[in-house]
Design a protein around this ligand. Structure first.
Ligand code: C5P
Length: 222
């Protein structure tokens, strides 16, 4: 069997990482969360006091950032220069600043290169915003996951409860809308559905149903 590249894109909290992990597990593929890479870059910039809109300074900063993913259950661990940032990169301070950092061309260039390296041998499920359009334009399977803003805010709300993050539902809706807007309107690699991506609306589907849909598409390519 050929080892495929599977790209899963879509707006914030559409369930990408949850289903991407499940698909990777079923296929025994590597899972790569590119959002975590942009979050790690944002964390590092705040740590180093680099302005979040200073394209050049961020580009230089990234040459000093070693990023490591360590497989672990239920959530893979993320390390920046040896510091475990797994939890820190999910805090609201990062979530609400990451779109500014991810809009900077030097940041996208650097992280895109790292992502292409990780995916170069195939056998990978990669989730993000621009995987099907920019990072892996030749991926054999491209999925574009969407869901209503309300449904996505609700999912994030439940996820947050388990982590002890107490942001109210209506604030989450506003934050998700704001992040979608910024991610869709930036100049470099904005969030858009690739022409050859399959659109999957997950609003009224559960995780198992979405995973099964994706596996069906994968089977036709294997
Ligand atoms: O997927 P997640 O919500 O963790 O992504 C965090 C942020 O990283 C997104 O809002 C977006 O600004 C950025 N991102 C991106 N391109 C990707 C993945 C994430 O710009 N491929």
């Amino acid at each position: 069997r050929e080892k495929l590249q599977i790209a899963i894109d879509g707006p914030a909290s559409a369930g990408k990482s949850t289903v991407a992990k499940l698909v990777a597990k079923k296929l025994n593929y590597i899972y790569c969360d590119t959002g975590a890479m942009y979050r790690a870059a944002t964390w590092y910039a705040l740590q180093e006091g680099v302005a979040l809109d200073d394209d050049q300074a961020l580009g230089e900063m990234l040459t000093q950032m070693e990023l490591k993913f360590i497989p672990s259950d239920p959530e893979q661990l993320v390390f920046v220069n040896g510091v475990d940032v797994t939890k820190a990169i999910r805090l609201p301070e990062i979530t609400n600043n990451v779109s500014l950092v991810s809009a900077q061309p030097s940041v996208r260039a650097d992280l895109t290169k790292r992502q292409q390296q990780i995916a170069s041998n195939g056998g990978i499920v990669m989730d993000g915003r621009d995987i099907g359009t920019t990072v892996l334009p030749n991926a054999q399977v491209k999925i574009f996951l969407v869901a209503s803003v309300h449904e996505r805010a609700l999912r994030r709300f439940k996820e947050n409860q388990q982590k002890g993050i107490k942001t109210p539902l209506d604030v989450l809706e506003q934050e998700i809308e704001a992040r979608d807007y910024k991610d869709s309107h930036r100049k470099v690699s904005p969030l858009t559905q690739a022409k050859d991506a399959v659109l999957l609306d997950t609003t009224s589907l559960d995780i198992e149903q979405v995973t099964a849909e994706i596996m069906k598409i994968v089977k036709t390519e294997e």
